[in-house]
Write a protein that binds this ligand. Structure first.
Ligand code: ATP
Ligand code: ATP
Ligand code: MG
Ligand code: MG
Lengths: 254, 254
């Protein structure tokens, strides 16, 4: 199963959700395959040092066709990561928008699925709807769309929905998605207001689970840890665990 | 004076800072010229409805060379806005990175400065270092780099610094910048930790003023208002007013 964590709005918790969703899934099921598809490489930085050589990053798959299996590094407790590198910026510009480049990650993952046991794959996207994010969406069986519980982010969700609807007309299939309310601050009326509007607008596509604003979640990257390793008793760990239960129970996870 | 509000990290408060810096400057000095250079058009949405026709947006300046003066709309209390449109995405792909496209906004503003009284210009950037943001940086006399007071954002600041240093080698001039700590939550040790590290790393390039995490700041967009119009007594209004004092006193504003 391949999940792309996407939202073109910035700072809504894509990287945070990729990290913690992977960690929770690994604790419960099996090691996860992570792909950092953001040239800013924040997920890779949480793992440890991102590679200084682009040939050891996901970028190598694009000009050179390096098999994805050759690019994976171990991530203790989570599974494996294909790290990013700033060179990945070039995919958006150099490779244009010819249709085959949009399928490159999909083909690479199909190859990987043949040679390695099928693992759940999580793809962290950058806040930009370009060739990279389209690669992720085309390769994915489902999308998680984090939406921070504020008004500017809610507007971003509307833009995502429009984008996905037009992609569906091109792909001729439904793009499975779940909107996930993040950074939910129960002291703020705004959080509840945004939640009510999101549920009214997107119905069952909005996760029941919301991820609370929780300082432990923001601190864990500095320790190079996911929320479960950093503070398993925290509200953030509870919420990401509940999210996994819900995604399993509602058959989003397959 | 032209100020680009830039950080390729998402959700750090670029749009919020562009809005409130402009409002505060307008209250204190004179009407401001705002340019929304983000295809997601959040600043334009706060103003009111972004144009449905790209010919009435900043995008029209790129393929058609429409004079910037023709594209301005009134923003009561702030000055004027050149709104964005999703079509602006095409600038990053269609126009490649040939050197003249990087100077397009600069040339357009020079033209505007000849015909209209010189106004301070604030440019809201998208979370992506592409042709659009480079247009803003090349056109600007100075940059404000909002950095939210968390670890992932601090890493983003480091990337901005590297980018600016390599641009300086190309532009053969210093790119004046101020790092602005935003979303500062005094209840969190992390905020103080990030501040200490930022000041240690960037010294006087970090604003003394920090913008507090303040729900009024997050609510004002939903009312189509800046923080001063929304809640002039709020901590957010105080902080943005203090920022303007500081920028004036330290000669960043000219
Ligand atoms: N539930 C939460 N509680 C507290 N802080 C959070 C939470 N979720 C995310 N954050 C913090 O919010 C900031 C933005 O999150 P993150 O970087 O994961 O978003 P993003 O969508 O990946 O951003 P970008 O668009 O730049 O890739 C980070 O500093 C992160 O630590
Ligand atoms: N001082 C603050 N207090 C509370 N909320 C804030 C503050 N500053 C910004 N926010 C909120 O944080 C969110 C992100 O801010 P904003 O959209 O301005 O960032 P951005 O850098 O422009 O994002 P993007 O990278 O997507 O363009 C918004 O919902 C905004 O209302
Ligand atoms: Mg991210
Ligand atoms: Mg913005």
């Amino acid at each position: 199963m391949r999940i792309a964590v996407f939202n073109q709005k910035g700072g809504v918790g894509k990287t945070t959700t990729t990290l913690n969703l992977a960690a929770g899934l690994a604790l419960r099921y099996h090691p996860i395959r992570l792909i950092d598809l953001d040239p800013q490489a924040h997920l890779s930085a949480i793992h440890g040092s991102p590679p200084s050589d682009w040939r050891q990053s996901i970028y190598a798959h694009y000009p050179e066709g390096t098999p994805l299996g050759d690019l994976e590094v171990d991530w203790e407790g989570l599974g494996r990561l294909i790290p990013s590198h700033s060179e990945l910026m070039k995919v958006d510009s150099a490779f244009g928008k010819g249709p085959e480049v949009l399928e490159k990650l999909n083909r690479g993952l199909r190859e990987l699925d043949r040679t390695l046991p099928r693992r759940a794959t999580l793809i962290d996207c950058c806040p930009y709807l370009g060739v990279l994010s389209l690669n992720a969406i085309f390769a994915a069986d489902g999308l998680i769309v984090p939406v921070s519980s504020d008004y500017l982010s809610m507007r971003g969700a509307e833009q995502v929905e429009r984008t996905l609807k037009s992609l569906e007309r091109v792909l001729l299939r439904r793009v499975e998605r779940r909107y996930l309310l993040t950074r939910f601050d129960r002291r703020r009326r705004m959080s509840f207001d945004v939640e009510a509007r999101m549920r009214e607008r997107f119905g069952r596509d909005v996760c029941e689970t919301t991820i609370a604003e929780n300082v432990a979640v923001a601190e864990s990257p500095a320790m190079n840890r996911d929320i479960f390793a950093h503070d398993a008793k925290s509200r953030g760990a509870e919420d990401y665990a509940a999210l996994i239960e819900e995604l399993a129970a509602t058959r989003f996870l397959r």
